[in-house]
Design a protein around this ligand. Structure first.
Ligand SMILES: [Zn+2]
Length: 109
């Protein structure tokens, strides 16, 4: 659930925003987004290795790349063989891929 006004995310079961009292909606419509900058994220890499995640994080932070790992908060999932997916902003995906390639995480074709 999302507040269309302050864009906060709420758990299932909430129907009004606790900050502004606006009725929550299931999905924020794209028109609501406030500027033209693309905030789309794309997957560039996935890994089972906690060590890879920590390493990539430190490199991307140094490079100023906006990224997040999907699934990383669940260490149990990774232990069970699921993997964390690395997502970066769409307009930084090429840069991110080049870095990953230089680091040997991505195969060069
Ligand atoms: Zn609100």
């Amino acid at each position: 659930m999302f507040c269309p006004k302050c864009k906060s995310e709420y758990r299932e079961g909430f129907y009004k925003c606790s900050d502004c009292g606006t009725d929550l909606v299931y999905h924020l419509s794209p028109e609501v987004s406030d500027n033209s900058v693309s905030e789309e994220f794309v997957e560039v890499f996935s890994t089972y290795q906690q060590g890879d995640i920590a390493f990539i994080k430190s490199v991307f932070e140094g490079e100023g790349i906006t990224y997040f790992f999907q699934g990383e908060s669940s260490i149990m999932l990774i232990a069970a063989g699921a993997y964390a997916r690395l997502l970066v902003k769409a307009d930084e995906a090429d840069k991110a891929r080049n870095i990953l390639r230089d680091l040997g995480f991505l195969k060069t074709y």
